[in-house]
Design a protein. Sequence first.
Length: 224
Amino acid sequence: MKRLSKRHTVSLILKGIVVLAAVIGVYLSVAADQVGARAFMFFTIQSNILIALICAVGAVRLLRKSAVGNGWFVIKYVGTVAITLTAGVFVFMLAPTRDDAWNLQNILTHVIVPVASIADFFVTGIDGELRMKHVPFVMLPPLAYVIFASVGYCQGWEFYKGSRYPYFFLNWGSPAGAFGFVKGFPFMGCVWWILLLAVLLMAVGAGYVLIVNRMKRRGKPDTK
């Protein structure tokens, strides 16, 4: 049997890190007393499960040397941007407001999984045909989550104990409401936060496409 190429091997290791870190991180998150099974209601856990499944299937295909269509690379791209959002929101928006931010489960789900996922995307992404027309697809997971969380807010679901929203920027009952602005936290309404995150997400998605295509032009790919 033909041995894996160096790039195949690196990709396999990164995929293994993603899957292992996601499994442990999700388990620890669910086991936490303050959250429990409600952890599955958060974008963090959902995006970790998504990228872990993508990487697990990718690892199997890699070992079997199975041919993949371009749709697979688009799915991987969307999953990678989703987990990038998870990392960015946590590091820059949530962690600074929490004293217990840097526990093991948060490090695994918000740092280790995203970093390994992004690295793996750039190792394997040059084999796909990603174009700017694919960038809007990165909005699908977060848009679906906004709808999910907003329905939960209206229905009175508990994300945390006593909390009807998962993240401060999805708290429709905050002093800023949907469209308002206030001097203190959260500074502006949910709609403005969502639009800001959407712009940043599209920028990240476009940047990933530009980078991976530049890498592709520099060298002929040899793995999928």
